[in-house]
Design a protein around this ligand. Structure first.
Ligand SMILES: Nc1ncnc2c1ncn2[C@@H]1O[C@H](COP(=O)(O)OP(=O)(O)O)[C@@H](O)[C@H]1O
Length: 265
C-alpha cells in the first residue's frame, strides 16, 4: 500500500510518471488482498465489498463515500462536487485521485494493509493510473438484471446516525426467455434507525438514469480493461443477500474461510 500512497501523493494523475514507482510495490505474498469491485449504480457493490472487507480484515475504500464526506465537510470543493454529483456526472480524475490519495495515506498511517476498492476505477484513465502504481489481484464485476437497478437505487436508505445502508425496495422479476426470475426482499433497518433514514440526494429517478447512462459510456470499458488482463470475475447476483452472499463466497473460494472465521470468533 505504501507504494500506491506515495505515488498518488506525488503524481496525482499522470500514469507515465506513476510507472516509475512500480518497483516499490510489496511482493505479492506478503500483503493482504488488493481487489476492485465494479458494477452499475445500485447493484450492491458497497454491501458485498464491505462484508468481504470485514471477513478479510482489509479496508473498504469507496470513492463515492470519499466524495460524500468531502461534500459534507463544506470545504472548498463542496459546491463544485455537489453540482457534479447531483447531476449524476463523474467527478474529475484529478479530484478523485487526490481524495483517494489522502484516504490511502491516512490508512497507511493507521497501519492498514490491502483494500477493496469500490467505485474506483470508473474510467479507463483511472484504471491505467491504478495499474501503474500497484498490482490488483482480482476485479469482481457484480451484475443483476437491469430492471432491478433503478428500483434498488430509489429504495436505498441510509441511517444518518450509524451510516448503515438499507433498502426498502421489494423486487420481484418474472423469469422469461430462459432468464431466471429474481426476488429481492427489502433490507430493513433495525427499529432504532427507522426514524433516522435519509435518501441520497443523487438517488432520484432522473439522476439514477443519468448515472446508469454514464456507467455504460465511461465505466463499462473498464470491465474490458480487466477482462483482457485475465483479472475479471463476473458474478451474477442470484437474488438478495441470503442467496447471493454464500454463492459469492464460493466463487471467491472463501466459503471455508468464512466458516473457520466464525468458529474462531
Ligand atoms: N471513481 C470515481 N470517479 C469519478 N466520480 C466518482 C468516482 N467515484 C464516485 N464518484 C462520484 O460520486 C458519485 C457517487 O458514487 P457512488 O457512491 O459510487 O455511487 P453509485 O455507484 O451508486 O453511482 C458518482 O455519481 C460520482 O459523481
Amino acid at each position: 500500500m505504501a507504494a500506491i500512497t506515495r505515488l498518488v501523493k506525488r503524481t496525482p494523475y499522470f500514469p507515465c510518471a506513476a510507472r516509475r514507482f512500480l518497483s516499490h510495490a510489496p511482493p505479492h505474498k506478503e500483503r493482504n488482498v488488493q481487489w476492485v469491485f465494479l458494477g452499475c449504480p445500485g447493484v450492491g457493490k458497497g454491501t458485498y465489498a464491505s462484508r468481504l472487507c470485514n471477513l478479510l480484515g482489509v479496508p473498504h475504500i469507496a470513492t463515492g463515500d470519499l466524495v460524500r464526506s468531502e461534500l459534507a465537510s463544506n470545504g472548498p470543493l463542496s459546491s463544485q462536487l455537489s453540482e457534479i454529483v447531483n447531476q449524476g456526472k463523474l467527478v474529475s480524475d484529478e479530484i478523485i485521485m487526490n481524495l483517494l490519495s489522502k484516504r490511502l495515506a491516512d490508512g497507511e498511517a493507521k497501519g492498514e494493509s490491502g483494500f477493496i476498492l469500490d467505485g474506483f476505477p470508473r474510467t479507463i484513465k483511472q484504471a491505467e493510473i491504478l495499474e501503474g502504481v500497484t498490482d490488483i489481484d482480482l476485479v469482481v464485476n457484480l451484475k443483476i438484471q437491469e430492471e432491478a437497478l433503478l428500483a434498488k437505487c430509489l429504495g436505498r436508505r441510509i441511517c444518518n446516525q450509524c451510516g448503515g445502508n438499507f433498502n426498502v425496495a421489494s423486487i420481484s422479476l418474472k423469469g422469461e426467455n430462459g432468464r431466471p426470475g429474481m426476488v429481492m426482499a427489502p433490507l430493513l433497518p433495525p427499529a432504532h434507525c427507522m426514524s433516522k433514514l435519509v435518501t441520497r440526494s443523487d438517488d432520484t429517478e432522473e439522476v439514477v438514469k443519468e448515472r446508469l447512462r454514464i456507467y455504460s459510456e465511461k465505466s463499462q470499458p473498464v470491465e474490458e480493461f480487466y477482462r483482457s488482463r485475465g483479472k475479471l470475475l463476473e458474478f451474477d447476483l442470484p437474488g438478495g443477500i441470503p442467496e447471493s452472499w454464500p454463492k459469492l463466497l464460493q466463487a471467491l473460494n472463501l466459503y471455508d474461510y468464512e466458516e473457520k472465521q466464525s468458529v474462531a470468533a
